[in-house]
Design a binder for this molecule. Structure first.
Ligand SMILES: [Zn+2]
Length: 99
């Protein structure tokens, strides 16, 4: 095996490229899993109309207005995941544009 790679160094480069590609693919699906089932802000407010307050949006579980933002970058696109700081519920996602 080692002699084969020594005789054909291009095989090693192809293996490295394949490993990097598979790691990127794995990371893409891990990030996609974090956003799976999380509505956009319009759907969130349609489902929970009481969560739209005069001072912003609140959590539908605990009513907290303290919301943190978690940036998720995938394939050159950024999505913000909004989480409740008190109960850590995933509330909604917003599109933050192209990187
Ligand atoms: Zn909450």
């Amino acid at each position: 095996m080692l002699r084969f790679i020594n005789n054909h160094p291009e095989i090693l480069i192809l293996i490295i490229i394949a490993v990097i590609f598979l790691l990127q693919l794995y990371m893409y699906f891990q990030k996609a899993k974090q956003l799976n089932g999380v509505p956009d802000v319009k759907s969130y407010l349609a489902s929970h109309p009481k969560c739209k307050t005069g001072h912003g949006i609140c959590c539908y579980v605990c009513g907290s207005k303290s919301i943190s933002l978690y940036k998720i970058d995938r394939l050159g696109k950024r999505t913000n995941l909004h989480l409740c700081k008190h109960c850590n519920t995933k509330l909604y996602q917003t599109d933050a544009g192209i990187l």
